[in-house]
Design a protein around this ligand. Structure first.
Ligand SMILES: [Zn+2]
Length: 116
């Protein structure tokens, strides 16, 4: 069972938790909002697509009357199973609040143009 570690308080967060919320997780211990590093999402999508392509290729080679429907179904299932699995095992958490928040810059000065 892959376990993620909260970067803030080192609490273990189960991978199932991470995969369920996919990009936003709250640490059960310190309530820090965490997010899955973007690279992991891309990687899991990539592997999901690869698995879908393989499943599609395998099932369409088998032929048969349902060859028009089954490959799509298998590809869909493969993506749905593989992608979250890869995410579970590859995802690394980072502190969501560590992201720089752009502050709204107040518009300075300027004449209103209105007469008294
Ligand atoms: Zn924590």
């Amino acid at each position: 069972m892959a376990v993620r570690i909260c970067p803030h308080c080192k609490t273990e967060i189960t991978a199932a938790n991470v995969a369920a919320y996919s990009d936003r997780v709250e640490c059960p211990q310190c309530k820090t909002r965490l997010e899955v590093a973007p690279g992991a999402r891309t990687l899991s999508s990539f592997f999901g697509l690869a698995a879908a392509a393989i499943a599609w290729r395998l099932s369409s080679n088998s032929g048969g009357n349902l060859s028009g429907v089954l490959p799509t179904l298998y590809a869909f299932l493969a993506f749905g199973i593989v992608s979250p699995l890869v995410l579970m095992f590859t995802a690394s958490l980072r502190n969501a609040s560590a992201l720089p928040v752009p502050e709204p810059v107040p518009v300075a000065g300027g004449h209103g143009g209105a007469h008294h």
